[in-house]
Design a protein. Structure first.
Length: 271
């Protein structure tokens, strides 16, 4: 009886991490929304109908790419930690629910945000999307905690501090800014004209106060500050940990400045 030919046996490959799967799905949604935008010419509030699905798909892709990067830097024990696994599953559920509703509303030619026109729309916006957003942001905070608590993580000193502060600021500032936007019932402060000008790609108002620039900075602290820390480590900058703290403080103040500028009714960039 001959021995089995092990060289020809198929060794199953491990499944990709959930963060990588979510990244791939986000990119697929981005491609789908861009394709839909090429054939759909309708506008919604003066913007292309599929602009919002595209922007949210791109934002989620960046979110999950950042989390996937951090997972590669964590130790094996933390990568397989139950806390992070549960956190990613919750984030995945919130992501799927939010994107499904945004795509559905785009297909119907209706707004997904601030749309209380029917009991269903009100439930989806005030319950599913609102609480889902809180859980997504909380997930960012959990991964920031992991970067701080995992002493065996492959993170150089300034990179580790930048990651902890960046994820922490995204968690805190996004809760504050997005929470205010939800309570305000609009991302705008003031009433723009019927054909008001807006910043290309982003859609930020150039006539009245707009809270979205502050929201943008808040959400992307989790990318900006780790990059700053990695830059300082690469060049072995003196007192680089103090510089990371300074950068985080300046970033938070810039976000606050944009927030209060919008509250005063002044646009991010005036026409």
């Amino acid at each position: 009886m001959s021995a089995p030919n092990l060289s020809n046996s198929k060794i199953p490959r491990p499944a990709p991490p959930l963060s990588v799967v979510l990244l791939g799905f986000s990119l697929a949604l981005l491609a789908l929304s861009l394709a839909a935008g090429t054939v759909e010419q309708r506008l919604l509030n003066g913007l292309p109908l599929w602009a919002k699905p595209a922007k949210f798909s791109a934002s989620f892709a960046l979110l999950f790419a950042t989390i996937a990067w951090l997972e590669t830097r964590l130790s094996d024990d933390w990568r397989s930690h139950r806390l992070l696994k549960i956190t990613l599953v919750v984030m995945a559920a919130c992501f799927l629910a939010e994107m499904a509703y945004i795509f559905m509303q785009a297909g119907l030619g209706e707004a997904s945000h601030f749309n209380l026109s029917t009991p269903f729309n009100e439930f989806m916006y005030t319950i599913v999307m609102a609480y889902g957003a809180v859980l997504l942001v909380a997930g960012i905070g959990v991964f920031g905690y992991a970067a701080w608590a995992d002493h065996d993580a492959n993170l150089s000193p300034a990179l580790r501090l930048g990651t902890v502060l960046g994820f922490g600021l995204s968690f805190l500032l996004t809760l504050l800014v997005a929470g205010y936007i939800g309570g305000n019932g609009s991302s705008l402060v003031g009433t723009p004209s019927a054909d008001h000008s807006s910043l290309q790609v982003f859609g930020w108002s150039m006539e009245v106060g707009d809270l979205r620039p502050a929201h943008f900075l808040a959400l992307h602290a989790m990318q900006a500050l780790p990059l700053f820390g990695a830059f300082l480590d690469h060049f072995a900058a003196p007192k680089r940990l103090a510089l990371v703290w300074f950068g985080a403080t300046a970033y938070a103040l810039a976000t606050a400045g944009l927030f209060f500028q919008a509250l005063s009714g002044r646009p991010f960039i005036a026409v």
